[in-house]
Design a protein around this ligand. Structure first.
Ligand code: SF4
Length: 323
C-alpha cells in the first residue's frame, strides 16, 4: 500500500501558523516562512492558516507580547504586564480546537511564540529579570488539549530530518484513520488496518504492536467505537517517537525473511550487507528498502504488498534518503 494524497478521498488539511505560510502577520509586519512547508509539503497538502493574535483583533504591526508569571497565573501581555490577551487567545483556541481543527490531519506551529509555541515557550517572572522555558502558547495549548491525537510539530523542529519524517508519517497514518472511521467501523476493519500497519508500528515499538494486536483480538465486537478509540490512541502514541536505527534494522531483517526461498545466496548476502550498513549509519534507510522493494516486485507477496511501511508518504519528499 502506498500513502500519497491520491490514496485519500479528500485533501489532507494541515493547520499552519499563518506567519510560517509567509503571511506578514507578525508584530513587526514580518513573517517566518517555512521552506519545508511552503516549497515541499505544500505539493501534497492544503494549509488552513491561523494567526490567533490577528484573529482576536490585534493590529499589524503591534506591541510585542510575552508570557509572564504572576503567582499561579500566566498572563500573555506586554512586558510591563499590561494588556493581557491570554483569555481571548484561549477562548479563540478552544473554539478552533472544537470546530475546524477536527478536520485537520496535522498542525505546524510557530516555535517560541507566546500564542503559537508548542512547547518550551519562555515564561518571564513578574520582575522581568528571568525566564524559564516552561510555557505553551495559549492558542496551541487549546488545539493540542482538545485534539490529543492530532500530529503537531513546530517549524524549528521540522529542520531535524528524523522529526520531520516522523511528523509526515503520522499525518498520513492519521488521515488514513480519519477516512476509515467516517465509514462504519467493525472489528474486521480495525484488524485489517492493524495488519497494514504491522511493520510500520514494529519499526517504532515492537511491544506496542503486540499490545494493540491483543487489544483488537480480545476487544468486544459490540463496542467497536470504544475499541477504535483505544486502538488509535495507542497507535498514535507509539508512532510519536521516531523509529530508532535498531528498530528499523530489525524490521528490515524480519521482512527479508519472507524472501528466503526466493532469492539467491548472493542476493541474500547483498541484502544482509545493506541492512548492516544501515544499522551502522553508513547508508540511509532508502538503500536496504530499495533492495527489499525490488525483491517484492520480482516475488510479489500479498501480505507485504499491503504494508504501509514500504511507502508511508510520497517519495518525492525524500525523507528516507535523510534518515
Ligand atoms: S506566531 Fe502565531 S500569533 Fe504570532 S504571528 Fe505567527 S501566526 Fe500570528
Amino acid at each position: 500500500m502506498t500513502y500519497t494524497e491520491k490514496h485519500f478521498e479528500t485533501a489532507i488539511q494541515i493547520g499552519l501558523s499563518a506567519c510560517l505560510g509567509g503571511d506578514r502577520v507578525r508584530f513587526d509586519k514580518g513573517h517566518k516562512r517555512s521552506n519545508f512547508c511552503m516549497d515541499e509539503f505544500v505539493n501534497h497538502v492544503e494549509y488552513v492558516k491561523f494567526c490567533p493574535e490577528v484573529a482576536i483583533g490585534m493590529p499589524i504591526p503591534r506591541n510585542t507580547i510575552r508570557q509572564v508569571r504572576y503567582g499561579d497565573v500566566i498572563r500573555v501581555c506586554r512586558p510591563d504586564g499590561s494588556g493581557d490577551v491570554g483569555p481571548k487567545l484561549t477562548e479563540y483556541g478552544e473554539r478552533i480546537a472544537k470546530t475546524k481543527a477536527k478536520e485537520l490531519s496535522g498542525f505546524v506551529f510557530c516555535a517560541k511564540s507566546p500564542s503559537c509555541g508548542m512547547e518550551r515557550v519562555k515564561v518571564y517572572n513578574d520582575t522581568g529579570t528571568g525566564a524559564s522555558a516552561e510555557g505553551i502558547g495559549a492558542f496551541a495549548e487549546q488545539i493540542m488539549k482538545h485534539n490529543p491525537l492530532l500530529p503537531c510539530e513546530e517549524n524549528g523542529r521540522l529542520n531535524d530530518m528524523h522529526l520531520r519524517e516522523n511528523f509526515v508519517m503520522r499525518v498520513y497514518v492519521y488521515k488514513s484513520w480519519q477516512e476509515l472511521i467516517r465509514k462504519s467501523v467493525s472489528k474486521k476493519v480495525l484488524t485489517d488496518f492493524h495488519a497494514q500497519h504491522k511493520y510500520l508500528l514494529m519499526s517504532h515499538n515492537y511491544g506496542a504492536y503486540r499490545t494493540l494486536g491483543r487489544l483488537l483480538a480480545e476487544g468486544d465486537a459490540n463496542e467497536c467505537e470504544a475499541l477504535a478509540q483505544d486502538y488509535i490512541s495507542g497507535l498514535m502514541q507509539a508512532l510519536k517517537k521516531p523509529a530508532s536505527r535498531k528498530g528499523q534494522a530489525n524490521t528490515l531483517a524480519h521482512l527479508q525473511g519472507y524472501f528466503k526461498n526466493d532469492i539467491s545466496q548472493v542476493e541474500k548476502a547483498e541484502m544482509v550487507e545493506a541492512i548492516n550498513e544501515y544499522r551502522k549509519g553508513l547508508v540511509p534507510l532508502n538503500v536496504p528498502l530499495t533492495l527489499l522493494k525490488h525483491h517484492l516486485r520480482v516475488h510479489p507477496k500479498a501480505y507485504l504488498q499491503q504494508q504501509v511501511y514500504f511507502n508511508p508518504y510520497p517519495s518525492d519528499l525524500k525523507l528516507r534518503f535523510a534518515i
